[in-house]
Design a binder for this molecule. Structure first.
Ligand SMILES: Cc1ncc(COP(=O)(O)O)c(C=O)c1O
Length: 404
C-alpha cells in the first residue's frame, strides 16, 4: 500500500532544521558541537513580553480568537506599519498567522494556480521554493553573485518575467546572505515591476536586524502604485527573539487576505491567543530589547567575517543585515586533498560534503549553500556567543588546512 501522497514528492525536509536536529542529538550525547546552523536568535524572549503572556492567561484569554488575529493585535500591526514604514492598511488588509512561514504558505495557496511562475533570487530562504511547489507553482530561480552583493539586477528581473509570472519574492535583509537593498536599488527594481501584473512578496522578517546605518526599505514604501502590488510579510520571531511563539503577519490586498483567512480557517484556525497577546506587547512595548540584541549581533558579525576571511579558500562579504555570514568557499574546492576526498565520497554536492565532514569529523554545524540554491557557499548563523564563534572558526580553519 502506498502510504504517502504524491504532492509530497516535490518537497524536501528543511535542511536547516535537519542540521540543527543532528547537532542537538550529538550535544545530547555529551559531544561538544559548535552550532552555526540555527536560524534563531540565542537570546531569551524579553521579560515584559513574557509578562504580557502570563497576564493574558490570567485574564482568561485562552479561547479561540478571530481566525485572522485579535482586533487589538491587528491594530498594533497597523500602527507599526504606519509609524515605521509609512504604510497605511485597514484591518481587512491584515492577517496574523502561526509564524511568518504559515503566512507565506497561505499567501501562495491563496494566489497561485498550477503552472504560475514565481521569481526567486538565489541564494534564497530554503522554504520559498518548496512552498511554491506545494502550491503547484513553478519556482524560477535567478542566481546572484557575491560580486553583485547577492542582489538581483533590474535586467535579470526583466529577463525572468514571462506571461506566466505571478509573484516576485523580495527578501531584504536576506536569509541566507545578509545582503540588504539600498533605496536606489529597490527603486530600480520597482521601475520594472510597476508596469507588470506581478505581485511582489516582500519578506521583511529581518527588518530590525540591520547594521552600519542601513535604512530599511521595501518595495511597498517606494510608491502608492507599488504598495498596491506588494504583499508584506513580517513577524516577531527574529526581532524580539520569539521564534517559539509562532506569530507572523501579512499586509496587503483585501481579497488575497480574505482567501488566506479561508485557508487558515480550514487548517489551523487562529494562531495561539496567548502568543498574540505577547506579540502585541512586543510591537507596542519598550523597544530597547531590539537594540540590545542588534548591538550584540553587530559585534559578532564583525568577528565572524574577519575570522572567515582568514581561512584559506574562503571569502566573505560583510552582511548589512540578519544574523548570517555567507562565505564563498569555492577556493577550497580547488585544494587537491579536498577534491580527492570529495571524489572518494561519491557525494555530488560540494557544500554538502564540506558540511557533513565538518559536523562528523570536526563537530561544527553549518548549513551547506546547496540548500539555498548555491553550492559554492556555506551559511553560518552567528546567533551564538563570541567564545563559541572563535572555537568553531578554529575548527573550520583546521579542517580546511587538513584538506589543502
Ligand atoms: C527569510 C525568512 N522568512 C520567513 C521566516 C519565517 O519565520 P517565522 O515563521 O518564525 O516567523 C524565516 C525564518 O527562518 C526566514 O528566514
Amino acid at each position: 500500500m502506498k502510504l504517502v501522497a504524491k504532492r509530497l514528492d516535490v518537497v524536501e525536509p528543511s535542511p536547516t532544521l535537519a542540521i540543527t536536529a543532528k547537532a542537538k542529538a550529538l550535544q545530547a550525547q555529551g559531544i561538544d558541537v559548535v552550532g552555526f546552523g540555527a536560524g534563531e536568535p540565542d537570546f531569551d524572549t524579553p521579560d515584559h513580553i513574557k509578562e504580557a503572556a502570563k497576564k493574558a492567561m490570567d485574564a482568561g484569554k485562552t479561547k479561540y480568537t478571530p481566525v485572522s488575529g485579535t482586533p487589538s493585535l491587528k491594530a498594533a500591526i497597523i500602527d507599526k506599519l504606519k509609524k515605521e514604514n509609512g504604510l497605511e492598511y485597514k484591518p481587512n488588509e491584515i492577517i496574523v498567522g502561526t509564524g511568518g512561514k504559515q503566512v507565506i504558505y497561505n499567501f501562495f495557496m491563496a494566489t497561485l494556480n498550477p503552472g504560475d511562475e514565481v521569481i526567486i533570487p538565489a541564494p534564497y530562504w530554503v522554504s520559498y521554493a518548496d512552498i511554491v511547489r506545494l502550491a503547484e507553482g513553478v519556482p524560477v530561480i535567478v542566481s546572484t553573485t557575491p560580486e553583485a552583493n547577492f542582489q538581483i539586477t533590474p535586467e535579470q528581473l526583466k529577463a525572468a518575467i514571462t506571461p506566466k509570472t505571478k509573484v516576485f519574492i523580495f527578501n531584504s535583509p536576506s536569509n541566507p546572505t545578509g545582503a540588504a537593498y539600498s533605496k536606489k536599488d529597490v527603486e530600480a527594481l520597482c521601475k520594472v515591476l510597476e508596469n507588470e501584473e506581478i505581485i511582489t512578496l516582500s519578506d521583511d522578517i529581518y527588518e530590525k536586524i540591520i547594521y552600519d546605518g542601513y535604512e530599511f526599505i521595501n518595495p511597498a514604501m517606494i510608491s502608492a502604485k507599488m504598495k498596491e502590488k506588494t504583499f508584506v510579510i513580517n513577524g516577531v520571531s527574529k526581532a524580539y527573539s520569539m521564534t517559539g511563539w509562532r506569530i507572523g503577519y501579512g499586509a496587503g490586498n483585501a481579497e488575497i487576505i480574505k482567501n488566506m483567512d479561508t485557508m487558515q480557517g480550514q487548517s489551523t484556525s487562529n494562531p495561539s491567543s496567548i502568543s498574540q497577546a505577547a506579540a502585541e506587547e512586543a510591537l507596542k512595548g519598550d523597544q530597547s530589547c531590539v537594540e540590545t540584541m542588534r548591538v550584540a549581533f553587530d559585534k559578532r558579525r564583525k568577528l565572524i567575517v574577519d575570522l572567515l576571511n582568514e581561512i584559506p579558500g574562503f571569502r566573505c562579504n560583510l552582511p548589512q543585515g540578519a544574523f548570517y555570514a555567507f562565505p564563498y568557499i569555492d577556493g577550497v574546492y580547488q585544494f587537491p586533498k579536498f577534491a580527492k576526498a570529495l571524489a572518494e565520497s561519491g557525494e555530488t554536492s560540494k557544500s554538502k560534503f564540506f558540511c557533513d565532514k565538518l559536523l562528523d569529523d570536526y563537530k561544527v554545524a553549518a548549513v551547506p549553500g546547496i540548500a539555498f540554491g548555491d553550492d559554492n557557499s556555506l551559511r553560518l548563523s552567528y546567533a551564538l556567543g563570541e567564545d563559541d564563534i572563535r572555537k568553531g572558526l578554529d575548527r573550520i580553519k583546521q579542517m580546511v588546512l587538513d584538506l589543502q
